[in-house]
Design a protein around this ligand. Structure first.
Ligand code: SAH
Length: 231
C-alpha cells in the first residue's frame, strides 16, 4: 500500500495532513534503519509497513473519535499501535510501555527524531506500572491473550474508560475464553469492529471493552500467577 492509498482509505474517519504523511514516511525510514541492528519487525518492505503496521493500526481509530485522550499502549514493541496513534492524534497523550529495553530505546529515539511531543516511553512490565485508574484508553496489539490483557489493562483505566484490543480472526474464541475475566474485572464488551484487511491478509477484529466499575486492588497479580491461575 502506498501513502496515497493510506490517506484515501482512512479519509472517512481521519484527515491526515501532508505533514502527518511525511512523519509516517520518516517513521518507516527509522524502522528500517534500526531494524538492521535491533531486529524490531519481520516486515521490512515499505509498502508492507504502510499496510500491515500503519493502516492496520489506523483502522482502529474508526470508532474512537475523541480528539483529546490520555492513552496507554501496552507491549508497544516498535510502536504499534501507540506511536501510529501519536502521529495521527496529536492531541492524545500517549504512554508507550514495553518490557524489552531495546524496544523502548527505539521508541524514545524515534519519538524524538519525529518531534512527537505527546509521547512518553516506559521500560516496564504492564503488571508493574505505577498507575491506578488513570487512562481514558488502553490499547494492545499482539501482546497476550485477551484475558491476560484485561488483567493488565483494567487496573490502570478510569471507570468508563475503554480498552482497545486489536485482534485477528480468532476474536470470538478469545472473548469466550475471557468471559470470567470480564466479570471479575468489572468490564463489558461495548463493540467489535470486524474489518477485512487488504490483499487477503485476513480479518482484523478491533474489540472495545468498557470498564464499568473500579477494579479490585488484588489485580493485577504477578505474571506467573496470571499464567498459572487464569481468570
Ligand atoms: N504491539 C506490537 C508488538 C507486539 S510483540 C505490535 O503489534 O507489533 C509483543 C511486545 O510486548 C514485545 O515487544 C514484548 O516485549 C512486549 N511485552 C510482552 N509482555 C509484556 C508485559 N507483560 N509488559 C510489557 N510488555 C510486554
Amino acid at each position: 500500500m502506498n501513502y496515497e492509498t493510506l490517506k484515501e482509505l482512512t479519509s472517512s474517519y481521519l484527515d491526515l495532513s501532508e505533514q502527518q504523511i511525511a512523519t509516517f514516511k520518516q517513521y518507516c525510514a527509522l524502522l528500517k534503519e534500526w531494524n538492521e541492528k535491533f531486529n524490531l519487525t519481520a516486515i521490512t518492505d515499505d509498502e508492507e509497513i504502510v499496510e500491515k503496521h500503519f493502516y492496520d493500526c489506523l483502522l482502529a481509530l474508526k470508532h474512537i473519535k475523541q480528539d483529546s485522550l490520555e492513552v496507554c499502549d501496552l507491549g508497544s514493541g516498535a510502536g504499534f499501535p501507540g506511536l501510529v496513534f501519536a502521529i495521527a492524534k496529536p492531541h492524545w497523550k500517549i504512554t508507550l510501555v514495553d518490557s524489552t529495553k531495546k524496544k523502548t530505546v527505539f521508541l524514545e529515539e524515534a519519538a524524538k527524531a519525529m518531534g512527537l511531543k505527546n509521547v512518553k516511553v516506559m521500560n516496564k512490565r504492564g503488571e508493574e506500572l505505577p498507575f491506578r485508574e488513570r487512562f481514558d484508553l488502553v490499547t494492545a496489539r499482539a501482546v497476550a491473550p485477551l484475558y491476560l490483557l484485561l488483567e493488565l489493562g483494567m487496573p490502570i483505566l478510569k471507570v468508563n474508560g475503554r480498552f482497545l484490543a486489536l485482534k485477528g480472526s480468532k476474536a470470538s474464541e478469545e472473548l469466550d475464553e475471557a468471559k470470567e475475566a470480564l466479570r471479575k474485572l468489572n468490564c463489558s464488551v461495548s463493540f467489535i469492529n470486524e474489518e477485512e484487511l487488504p490483499n487477503d491478509a485476513g480479518k482484523r477484529n478491533n474489540i472495545i471493552i468498557t470498564k464499568d466499575k473500579p477494579t479490585n486492588k488484588k489485580y493485577p497479580r504477578t505474571w506467573g500467577e496470571m499464567q498459572k491461575h487464569h481468570l
